[in-house]
Ligand binder design. Sequence first.
Ligand code: DC
Length: 247
Amino acid sequence: MYLLPHGVVLAIRLVNHEINKLRKKRLLIALDGHSSSGKSTLAKDLSTVLEITHVDSGAMYRAVTLYLHEHNINLDDDLACQKVLNEIEISFEIIDGVSITFMNEIAVEDKIRSMKVSELVSKVSTISCVRKFLVDEQRKLAESGGVIMDGRDIGTVVFPHADVKLYVTASLDIRTERRYTELIEKGMNISKSEVRDNLLMRDNIDSNRTDSPLRKADDAYHLDTSDLDRGEMLAKSIQIIYNHINR
Ligand code: DC
């Protein structure tokens, strides 16, 4: 389980009643949105308060990207990609309150967040056999319910019958600022314009690919996080989920 900062705990005190009721339901929640829209933080926080498992599907696409890159697989050769997919096993572990991605039992959390993987991952996520492989894995991870999964196609393709679907957005300026701060805190040497260009490039590929493009599911709730802090985002989502379940 993750630990919530004190400010976030304070922000959600008014929805404690809702949280207690929702915990018992072991919900399957689909959460989609662009990179750095706030969805990962929100997914982690919702998993903590609702006591359900968080699965970061983007980390799975990143792990496959890392494997294909490290094994010099030509990303334009679908057959070559398909051939190696069964060599890849992805799992998650919470260590000291932080979710760590493992690939073939090796921790790859830092490597999958590198700029190189960020540059290649959108391309890899257009490859249909990769998507099919990961969608199957994602469904297995949620077989017994009690899961919040974040990504691009979770509400539209992976779990069209999820109990609740959220679609999170934020302005490009805010997303650039968030991602830039995150990378600088990790010690990366990068400019804001590089971060912005990478986000724009990924938005473009993610939204325009033929297979499972990012889009809001018709029955998803739209949450604009541009002007919300972490606590407000969490409290608002809990209210949306509670109202939806009790509609
Ligand atoms: O959430 P993220 O930025 O770590 O995701 C990395 C990439 O993975 C993103 O550019 C698109 C792809 N992705 C996807 O196509 N489908 C998902 N369900 C999750 C991520």
